[in-house]
Ligand binder design. Structure first.
Ligand code: ZN
Length: 267
């Protein structure tokens, strides 16, 4: 039941993220009703149902028959799945802390989805979304440390320190890659996404996220070369791999806490 509620919530948020992505592209306000990008006709409420409308309308606008992009159902479905998994693995209605954790991941994953799609389409990082994510992560880490503070012995967790070390290390690494390659291998924007990822994963968790990101990137690169869509030298946006590697790492750490033994080497 929880999974279904989170899945449907994800579909709805995914639908909203599509609007955010398109309006960021056109630098329009994110308020106001959605309209067809071809004929500008307002979209009827019954044509605006996540996933279903795309299938029922057979990917065409009801007014002008203009094509509806695959981006819409794919982002909705992906957000639905990620939200369902977050609800399943992190949410427990009777535990206050789990509400905070779940809310933190849902917002972070939604923002990461926007960065993923935007960079994939336009090879550019939407900085406003990125900074929103960074601030959100810092607030969450401060909250974790604050809520763990024990008056009796003055102890508290040091999530913020772990986050700053993880984020700082990832930022320096990607910044160096961009600088040394004159932005051929990586862009400076990727360094900021890496900083954000490091805040979320902490140290040494960020290493798992980066390892997954490079693995996904390598597999994707091989597929593109095999399909002859890209040459070895051509540029591929990296933020999609960083964001998917990060999301995967968050779940892996939760499902297999044993991966932390592997980190032991780096501690
Ligand atoms: Zn239309």
């Amino acid at each position: 039941m929880t999974i279904l509620i989170f899945f449907i919530l994800g579909l709805i948020i995914g639908s909203f993220l599509n609007v955010v992505i398109c309006r960021l592209e056109l630098t329009e306000s994110i308020l106001g009703r959605s309209h067809c990008p071809h004929c500008k006709a307002l979209i009827r409420w019954y044509d605006n149902i996540p996933l279903l409308s795309f299938i029922l309308l057979r990917a065409k606008c009801r007014d002008c028959q203009g094509k509806i992009s695959w981006q819409y159902p794919l982002v909705e479905l992906a957000t639905g799945i990620v939200f369902a998994l977050t609800g399943y693995y992190f949410f427990n209605a009777s535990e206050f802390q789990s509400w905070a954790v779940t809310l933190f991941y849902l917002v972070s994953f939604a923002l990461l989805t926007v960065v993923f799609v935007y960079d994939f389409k336009l090879m550019e990082i939407p900085m406003i979304v990125l900074w929103a994510g960074v601030i959100w992560a810092v607030l969450y880490l401060v909250f974790l440390d604050w809520s763990s503070f024990n008056l009796a012995d003055g102890r508290m967790s040091s999530e913020i320190i772990s986050g700053i070390i993880g984020g700082g290390a990832a930022f320096v690494f990607f910044f160096a890659l961009s600088y040394l390659s004159k932005e051929k291998w990586m862009g400076y924007g990727d360094a900021y996404v890496a900083l954000w990822a490091g805040l979320i994963m902490g140290w040494p968790g960020i290493l798992l996220a980066l390892m997954l990101a490079f693995t996904i990137g390598a597999i994707w690169g091989i597929i593109l070369i095999a399909l002859k869509k890209k040459e070895l030298k051509s540029q591929i946006p990296f933020a999609p791999f960083l964001s998917s590697g990060l999301i995967l790492a968050v779940f892996l750490e939760k499902i297999y806490p044993q991966v932390e033994y592997w980190y032991g080497v780096f501690k």
